[in-house]
Write a protein that binds this ligand. Structure first.
Ligand SMILES: *[C@@H]1O[C@H](CO)[C@@H](O)[C@H](O)[C@H]1NC(C)=O
Ligand SMILES: *[C@@H]1O[C@H](CO)[C@@H](O)[C@H](O)[C@H]1NC(C)=O
Length: 567
């Protein structure tokens, strides 16, 4: 557990008289600290120094300047996205980009508005931002339409608001768009929201409940969870949670603690991921956790191990927290060890090279998943975040072999994009492993899968595109870290394909099938707020000047919200 220390042989055993005095002194000090803590929670750790990192490539020699034309095209896509939402669905959580209807599935506070604001700031879209700020100031976070999902709410709403405050404090928002009082009000909203989310942490382990009821102020299980005394009727004894849900509130809460001085936020989010970081369960692979996990006793109820959806952002935050924690944080060296162990385990146990196919000799590197004893030769689009995070860590921790691994994974993700008809990657895909002891779990079965495999060495298992950012996010990191122009080119190819295939009458639609030729029938009437908070932001940042939101001074949350590297 955090804070736990194993003491060596103490002096108490040798000198009984001085030991009594020492004991008394310790008691008095402890009592004093406890009382003080209750009166006024203090920040034990100072957050004052902007500590820069050395992550970005430095020898640009003029090559890191903005590619104005391309950056402007992405900015136009953001303006279009915003305008259509504003005209047709203002105040709803999201717009449906084909029909133009409003839709609310994130408690109705206007998720799009809060989630897209940091993108508007970076792009300098002040008129749009003014409208958004006005809405944000009026949100009442004490009432919710429905049960609240602490994970989604933390990364989209809480992170979105904290990022606005940080961007303002960094002097990046003009005074006529935001001023001190409004800034303070947004921070107050953030505190209100975090306090409403607090019942999530009321479990014996400190791991969060999957939902919170804002009315009763109690944690709730996932809506599909079955409570039953009959073991045959229930899947698990207690609610369970994946590593991403319990392990990705620490960045947002660290920042909230820095801004407010209230230590409780950093503390609760640290306790929430403690069962992962300080896991007492033996996993055969260093650094990797088994999941899902019982929130009541912290034990894994199954043995799924991977960096894909449901696990992903725990590993992301395990690295990124080291860029936001004060240097005096006693856990930093453990976080580093856990991250590096897990990254090397990922490479060793889940990295898999594809075999050549009849019409495609090239082989690519992918990351599969372990499910109990079984290796699944399948990767999801979400796992394309891994190259970016591993590249960041390879810079910070000086691990050249991880850099090589990350860039190879990124090339694999690109292959997924360039293989399809639309030049956009699918939601999940499979490959035939070049090296495998057992019969691979997945093989191409349908005619269509066989054809895809013959041509490209991979086949889709779910051919949709959901507007996801992970591939272009990793391209952004690769561009800023290596300085190699090709990553900028790849990003442009991806953007051009999205512009061509996803642009719909009221925004940017998702696609049913990335192997289909251009057609309106291919549109899915959905646009998640991460399209604006991440996909367009990372694309734009790839084309704008490399000093904008430099990786040496900003850390991006898992939802793409930039936080200052102040420790
Ligand atoms: C950029 O300039 C530095 C120092 O002047 C030099 O060492 C480096 O090789 C140059 N890089 C490129 C890509 O020209
Ligand atoms: C912190 O966690 C405790 C449970 O350990 C909970 O009772 C409390 O409400 C939480 N507070 C916040 C601000 O999250």
């Amino acid at each position: 557990m955090p804070g736990f220390r194993r003491w060596g042989k103490s002096k108490l055993e040798r000198n009984p008289q001085s030991s009594f005095k020492l004991l008394a002194a310790v008691l008095v000090i402890t009592l004093y600290l406890i009382i003080k803590e209750f009166q006024h929670p203090t920040v034990h750790l100072p957050y004052t120094t902007p500590v820069g990192a050395h992550i970005q490539y430095t020898q640009w020699n003029g090559t890191g300047k903005a590619h104005e034309k391309r950056a402007d095209k992405v900015r136009d896509a953001m303006r279009y996205t915003f305008r259509k939402y504003r005209e047709n669905a203002w105040g709803y959580d999201d717009i449906l980009p084909v029909s133009g209807k409003g839709s609310s599935s994130r408690n109705g506070w206007g998720a799009f508005i809060v989630d897209s604001a940091s993108t508007l700031v970076l792009m300098g879209l002040w008129d749009e931002l003014s409208h958004s700020i006005e809405h944000i100031l009026g949100i009442d976070f004490t009432v919710a339409d429905d049960l609240v999902d602490p994970f989604e709410t933390t990364i989209r709403y809480l992170g979105g608001m904290l990022s606005i405050v940080d961007l303002y404090d960094a002097g990046l928002i003009p005074q006529d768009v935001l001023h001190d009082e409004a800034r303070d009000l947004i921070l107050e909203h953030a505190v209100t929201l975090a306090q409403k989310l607090a019942p999530a942490y009321d479990t014996p382990t400190g791991m969060p409940w999957p939902r919170v009821d804002f009315e009763t102020e109690q944690g709730e299980p996932n809506p599909t969870f079955v409570f039953s005394d009959d073991p045959n009727k229930r899947e698990y004894d207690h609610p369970v949670i994946g590593p991403a849900r319990t392990g990705s509130s620490i960045l947002e809460n660290r920042v909230l603690t820095r801004m407010t001085g209230a230590y409780i936020f950093a503390k609760n989010s640290t306790l929430a991921w403690a069962p992962l970081v300080w896991s007492k369960w033996v996993s055969p692979w260093p650094g990797m956790v088994d999941a899902p996990i019982d929130i009541m006793n912290g034990s894994p109820v199954a043995r799924a191990r991977h960096w894909d959806g449901g696990h992903d952002s725990y590993y992301e935050y395990l690295f990124k927290i080291t860029l936001l924690s004060p240097p005096t944080d006693p856990h930093l060296s453990l976080y580093k060890k856990r991250f590096l162990d897990s990254a090397y385990s990922l490479r060793k146990y889940l990295g898999s090279r594809s075999a050549s196919a009849p019409n495609h000799i090239m082989q690519h590197l992918f990351i599969g998943r372990q499910n109990g004893e079984e290796y699944h030769n399948q990767q999801g689009h979400l796992a394309c975040f891994a190259p970016g995070t591993i590249l960041l860590a390879s810079q910070q921790y000086n691990q050249p072999s991880l850099r090589t691994f990350a860039l190879a994974l990124l090339e694999g993700c690109r292959h997924i994009y360039t293989s399809t008809t639309t030049k956009i990657g699918p939601e999940t895909w499979s490959w035939t492993p070049k090296f495998s002891y057992d019969e691979p779990r997945f093989a191409p079965t349908t005619e269509r899968q066989k054809e895809e495999w013959t041509k490209s060495g991979i086949w889709s298992t779910e051919p949709a595109y959901k507007g996801r950012p992970e591939y272009v996010e990793s391209l952004f990191y690769a561009w800023r870290i290596t300085g190699e122009q090709r990553y900028r080119e790849w990003a442009w190819e991806a953007f051009a394909a999205m512009e061509e295939h996803c642009k719909a009458p009221y925004g940017y639609a998702q696609l049913a099938d990335v192997w289909q030729a251009k057609s309106e029938d291919n549109w899915v009437d959905m646009q998640e707020s991460f399209w604006a908070s991440e996909t367009l932001k990372y694309l734009w940042l790839t084309f704008t000047d490399v000093e904008t939101a430099s990786l040496d001074t900003w850390v991006f949350s898992t939802e793409g919200h930039p936080f200052r590297m102040i420790r």
